[in-house]
Design a protein around this ligand. Structure first.
Ligand code: AKG
Length: 432
């Protein structure tokens, strides 16, 4: 009929319309029929819940339907408003926030233990003394043995007497603190989400994808293989960032040698695979939090690279998932925390473990930590080197568990997945 260009509605389609004089069908009332009910907060506020229940009852009795307000739009605008402020979590705290805004609330957090509650409370992650590493062959063998056990069982260990001067450790922690405590307008200059930049200040990676934001800010910088032009770095931390990274690169080579030997390989094996070539540094700042039980400093994740070296101050808060329980990584003055990354788990064919860890939010703070990642960066050129389980570690009883990948493809995959609490290695498993 339409194709025949009908210009009138035939009689058989005409329904008797309510008369305009009939008040109950006035256009105003039609608007109120489509009741939109906002469910936001019904789990938290009993009186709000009762109010919403009243509205649902009314709608069901009168109309038989209602629609729920889409809170995603609100969430998106809250994320944008926070991001646009460019002042991070510290900015919120400085403005006197007495409550954790909704975008930071980790629903899952309420269900999980905040600290080791079971058998693991008595555990501490291994502490290994590197003092005698060059003394003689037997002292070195002992250290290698401890490294092997720690990487197999924990994926984490702390090192004392690592050779990095203690004053540099103190200076880098202070420098990261100073940066985050700069005037907000000065810091804004560095605020960016463009991870191809060699240095950025921000608050959360995967900010718009993650189910909840983390209670921390960070300073991120690619330090190797191409160190930044010092002028690109904030003046308050410029020189010590360069010095500290050089020390960590040197220390990393030693650790990769020990790890190679711990796997029964030639000491230069991991270095020859390029594991020690690339480094980026993150200076974390975890401000004190008014409602720490509602959020996290950093959500549960594994690290995607080969190895991470973390320096923490004395506040504590880092936890490692061990035998299904969260174990605190107690601060040990002058020590460095090391953890195996996914790429090492992959090439070691699961001999070494990349384990979940997270950082709690705390009432007191700030907490400062500096994490150095031996990992490929997204912006780097085409390194087509493929990483798969190392041949010497394979046998009939230990067949390859993972398929090969380039380090860059793996990082890309992790970035597309975000910090969703799952390990990216699942994606590379040969039989899932
Ligand atoms: O702040 C910390 O102690 C740990 C940081 C961390 O896990 C990370 O940067 O991946």
């Amino acid at each position: 009929m339409v194709d025949f260009a009908a210009d009138r509605i035939p009689q058989i389609f005409i329904r008797e319309l309510p008369k305009l004089s009939d008040k109950s069908h006035s256009s105003d009332l039609y608007k109120s029929v489509f009741l939109v009910i906002d469910f936001q907060g019904i789990d938290k506020d009993e009186s709000l819940r009762c109010h919403v229940i009243d509205k649902v009852r009314d709608s069901c009795q009168k109309w038989g339907f209602f629609s729920e307000k889409d809170s995603n739009d609100d969430r998106k605008s809250e994320l944008e408003a926070f991001d646009d402020s460019k002042t991070g979590v510290k900015g919120l705290v400085d403005s006197g926030a007495a409550k954790v805004p909704r975008i930071f609330i980790h629903e899952q957090n309420k269900l999980e233990h905040k600290s080791g509650s079971g058998n693991c409370q008595n555990f501490t992650i291994p502490i290994i003394d590197f003092q005698d590493i060059d003394r003689d062959a037997s002292a070195r063998c002992e250290i290698i043995d401890k490294v092997r056990k720690a990487c197999e069982k924990w994926g984490f260990f702390q090192v004392v007497n690592h050779g990095i001067p203690l004053n540099i450790l103190e200076e880098i922690i202070n420098a990261v603190r100073k940066f985050h405590e700069l005037d907000a307008d000065v810091k804004k200059e560095f605020y960016s989400r463009d991870e191809t930049r060699s240095m950025i200040y921000n608050t959360n990676f995967y900010f718009y994808q993650a189910p909840a934001a983390n209670w921390r800010d960070f300073l991120y910088c690619v330090m190797a293989p191409r160190p930044p032009n010092p002028e690109e770095l904030p003046a308050v931390c410029r020189s010590v960032m360069m010095d500290y990274s050089k020390e960590v690169m040197k220390f990393g080579l030693t650790v990769f040698e020990l790890m190679s030997e711990a796997l029964g390989l030639n000491s230069s094996h991991l270095k020859d695979l390029g594991c020690a070539e690339r480094l980026y540094l993150i200076g974390h700042y975890y401000p004190a939090c008014p409602e720490p039980e509602l959020t996290l400093g950093l959500s549960k994740h594994t690290d995607s690279g080969f190895l991470t070296v973390v320096l923490q101050d004395q506040m504590g808060g880092l936890q490692v998932l061990h035998e299904d329980d969260w174990v605190d990584v107690e601060p040990v003055s002058g020590s460095l925390i090391l953890n195996v990354g996914d790429m090492t788990q992959l090439i070691s064919n699961d001999k070494f473990k990349s384990v979940y860890h997270r950082v709690l939010a705390k009432n007191n703070g700030p907490r400062i930590s500096v994490a150095c990642f031996f990992r490929t960066h997204l912006e780097e050129g085409n390194d087509s080197r493929l990483y798969g389980p190392i041949e010497q570690l394979l046998s009939q009883i230990s067949p390859p568990i993972y398929r090969e990948t380039t380090a860059k493809d793996y990082v890309k995959y992790i970035d597309s997945k975000g910090l969703d609490g799952t390990s990216g290695l699942q994606h590379l498993k040969l039989s899932k």
